[in-house]
Design a protein around this ligand. Structure first.
Ligand code: NAD
Length: 368
């Protein structure tokens, strides 16, 4: 029997509640497909700050590096909010683990579940058929460049005006762009064979290099894929204007951060969106939403994004396509039957079909 070791990182807020449902589904789908999973739980984010004064303890990193895949829930919460750069912050755990595991690609599928089409704030005819994959570069660019803050004394700084000054650095190397471009073209080959590369080549030098390298990789290795360029400001508009036209969208770290949240909103249900971060070793799977501290501990969080991140893990880390398809079918069936958590219920939802976190997990398991 095939067996896989999974590092579990529940994190903060609703994290522990939703990851339990992910594990439930993994165990059930594993039993059905003759695969066994073992779990090692570790601390990250605020929980790790409380226990070890750092958002990413060495022990967590070692556990993650020794695993076949990592399942993360979410980190953060008001308890750890701070603007003091000397204090640890939960998101350092996330940024750190992505960097340490070499997870340079973030995949965010954006699909409309027909039962939830009404949840979108866009018109049904605009969202009909939306099925795109945002491929975001994850370990380079502005979020990892050199940064600093100064105080300019009178007589120094801009026009001699005293005050604070800060800078961040946006840098990309050719190999970083090449490898993310390949991930995007490979993803497109398994989909509708179209890549939209988003940059700001009319202004930024990094974007000009980005465009040059993406086109070179395309011409040399992927002429079977259609490639288009879009400036990021235009992309922000087109994503909500004609979302069904996109297949794979590839972009750098910060643009991807913003556009993937915008694209997520097209579905209207944050609690439904999973993501995968891939590199050359163990990959990491997590929901796209945060730790929802406002509902933590209430047992009402939607576990479906976490469960769909399990689906991605089965597909991308373990190549268990049939098992992954089963999870997606089960989730679709549960929604088609009208079951909802409170975040995705609408005016037409029957009161007795609104369930909590654990009951939603049980329903998915029952449909496997
Ligand atoms: P959030 O995604 O946590 O919550 C936004 C809203 O959506 C809230 O009303 C929340 O209750 C709701 N929501 C989110 N997930 C839900 C779910 N599964 N089921 C039902 N409702 C859900 O974003 P936020 O409020 O901006 O951030 C809260 C904390 O999470 C902050 O500390 C932030 O830094 C952190 N955060 C973490 C991640 C991550 O771990 N990847 C991502 C974004 C934000």
């Amino acid at each position: 029997m095939a067996s896989y070791r999974i590092c579990l990182l529940p994190g903060d807020g609703i994290g522990p509640e939703i990851i339990a449902e992910g594990v439930k589904v993994l165990d059930a789908v594993g039993a059905k497909h003759g695969v066994s999973f073992s779990y090692d739980e570790a601390l990250i984010g605020g929980a790790a700050i409380d226990a070890c004064a750092t958002a990413l303890p060495e022990a967590t990193l070692a556990t993650a590096k020794g695993a076949d895949a990592v399942l993360l829930a979410a980190v953060g919460g008001p308890k750890w909010d701070t603007t003091d750069p000397a204090k640890p912050r939960p998101e350092q755990g996330l940024l750190g683990i992505r960097k340490e595991l070499g997870l340079y690609t973030n995949l965010r599928p954006v699909q409309i579940f027909p039962a939830l089409a009404e949840a979108s704030t866009l018109k049904p005819e605009v969202v009909d058929g939306v099925d795109m994959m945002i491929v975001r570069e994850l370990t380079g660019g502005l979020y990892f460049g050199e940064r600093a803050r100064f105080y300019d004394e009178p007589g120094c700084g801009s026009q001699g005006t005293p005050g604070q000054r800060a800078y961040d650095t946006l840098e990309y190397r050719e190999y970083e762009i090449e490898r993310i471009a390949r991930q995007a073209f490979e993803a497109a080959r398994k989909r509708k064979k179209k890549v939209t590369s988003v940059d700001k080549a009319n202004v930024l030098e990094t974007s000009r290099l980005w465009r040059e390298v993406v086109h070179r990789v395309h011409e040399q290795e992927y002429v079977d894929i259609e490639l288009e360029d879009l400036l990021v400001d235009n992309a922000a508009m087109q994503l909500i204007n004609r979302p069904a036209d996109f297949d794979v969208v590839v972009t750098e770290n910060m643009f991807g951060d913003i556009l993937s949240d915008e694209a997520a909103q097209i579905t209207g249900s944050l609690g439904m969106l999973a993501s995968a971060s891939l590199g050359d070793g163990a990959a990491l799977y997590e929901p796209s939403h945060g730790s929802a501290p406002d509902i933590a501990g209430a047992g009402v969080a939607n576990p479906l994004a976490q469960i769909l991140s399990v689906e991605m893990m089965l597909r991308y880390s373990f190549n268990l396509t049939a098992a992954a398809d089963d999870v997606r079918r089960a989730v679709t069936a549960v929604l088609d039957e009208g079951w909802r958590t409170s975040d995705i219920k609408d005016a037409g939802t029957a009161a007795d079909r609104v369930v909590g976190t654990a009951a939603m997990g049980d329903l998915v398991v029952a449909h496997l």
